[in-house]
Design a protein around this ligand. Structure first.
Ligand code: PMP
Length: 406
């Protein structure tokens, strides 16, 4: 994989910000979009924009074929058994909320436990807090090791026969930790619990096989994997989805509507109330084609090399603290002694470098790290060693600048 060639397919990267060539290091927040995705959206709106699953007219049939074709691409991408198991959502947040509101509220009661970790994104915390509130179930946290990783011993200790749901991110958006989902799922199942995976930071960067992971639900977002915003996926095992009630009711998801009672369509449509995110799904399909053409294993190898290079270069900067384990996905979260991360991000922005600063929607993890906020540089297939060199040079400049100020 040649990142310099790949970059050429991302028109947005070819610009100057504050008079400097843009260095985009915020892909964990959202990725940039390549030409094939932009063109797929453009083609849909120019040539066959139409609603799906209703009209018999030609445009409607074309749009339906493209929308359902995208579902098949997603099925293959995550190796689900059937497209009945692939539900289009607005993103990871909506996907996890669907599991919580439908499965969680129907199946949990007082005395039951939901187990998550300290490194979860708010989207994988608050829906479970709400389930706990409504059902009387207890929310429990798997403690982290000193370097921020999860040990299976701690999982074994935390998950009990009272646990009904275990929900863990495959990759942490702050620590970059890659969690042993397959092994955690085994522990969950041994105790009679289901396994939910937040795949927001893993699906864009590594090959996902939901059957091999043996997870019960898997959630991810299109916008972090070269696709458009507003589209995501909830994978669920058919046997579970079949027993679950929809959480949104209205058009598209019904079979029959009477005055006082209605029945639902079969899977997956019973979970897709209202006009679906047609352009988004088509764009996501194009993003999957694009990523698969390059190869998820090639992308993972490229990012691994870059992340290790970034770690090496950044840990040589005195007064810079890096959070998370050494073996990690393509992101580096850090702080510079005595400089607020928002100031770090502001100085970097003046150099044309985009990084994220803040609590990264992970306030419990910030508490665990004993910081209020951090800066984060996150990588994707279009980043190069040159980007890291520019980041490191700008970080040194930031340190010097604030060294003079204080
Ligand atoms: N989980 C993790 C680990 C994330 O990084 C994010 C996005 N920052 C989400 C969930 C939520 O994704 P979305 O905003 O696309 O729903």
């Amino acid at each position: 994989m040649d990142a310099k060639e790949v970059r050429k397919l991302f028109p947005i990267l070819n610009q100057e910000v504050n008079g400097k060539p843009l260095v985009y290091l915020d892909s964990a927040a959202t990725s940039q979009k390549p030409l094939p995705v932009i063109e797929a959206l453009d083609k849909y709106y120019r040539e066959y924009n139409s609603n799906v699953h209703r009209g018999v007219h030609t445009l409607g049939t074309k749009a339906t074929d493209a929308y359902e074709g995208a579902r098949e691409k997603v099925r293959k991408f995550i190796n689900a058994k059937s497209t009945e198991e692939v539900i289009f959502t607005r993103g990871t947040t909506t996907a996890i909320n669907t599991v919580a509101a439908s499965y969680g509220r129907a199946n949990l009661r007082e005395g039951d436990e939901i187990v998550i970790t300290y490194m979860e994104h708010h989207s994988n915390i608050i829906p479970w807090q709400q389930v706990a509130k409504h059902t009387g179930a207890t929310l429990k946290y798997i403690p982290l090791q000193e370097d921020g990783s999860i040990s299976l011993e701690e999982v074994e200790k935390t998950v009990t026969s009272n646990t009904k749901i275990v929900s863990v991110a495959q990759v942490s958006n702050v620590l970059g930790a890659i969690n042993p989902i397959k092994e955690i799922a085994k522990i969950a199942h041994k105790n009679g619990a289901i396994m939910v995976v937040d795949g927001a930071q893993s699906a864009p960067h590594m090959k996902i096989d939901v059957q091999d992971l043996d997870c019960d639900f898997f959630a991810f977002s299109g916008h972090k994997m070269c696709g458009p915003t507003g589209i995501g996926v909830l994978y669920g095992k058919k046997a579970l989805l079949e027993k679950m009630e929809p959480v949104e009711f209205g058009g598209e998801m019904i079979d029959f509507v009477g005055l006082y009672e209605s029945t639902w369509k079969e899977l997956p449509w019973k979970f897709e109330g209202g006009t679906p995110i047609i352009a988004g799904a088509i764009g996501l399909g194009a993003a999957i084609d694009f990523l698969e053409q390059i190869g998820l294993n090639n992308i993972a190898a490229h990012e691994h090399k870059l992340a290790q290079y970034a770690l090496e270069q950044m840990s040589a900067i005195e007064g810079l603290t890096i959070y998370g384990p050494k073996e990690r996905a393509g992101l580096v979260t850090f702080n510079i002694d005595g400089v607020h991360p928002h100031d770090v991000a502001t100085v970097l922005d003046a150099e044309g470098i985009a990084v994220r600063a803040g609590h990264h929607c992970a306030q419990p993890l910030m508490k665990w790290l004993n910081v209020s906020a951090t800066a984060r540089a996150s990588l994707y297939l279009y980043n190069t060693e040159e980007d890291i060199d520019k980041l490191v040079a700008a970080l040194k400049k930031t340190k010097e600048y604030f060294g003079h100020v204080f």
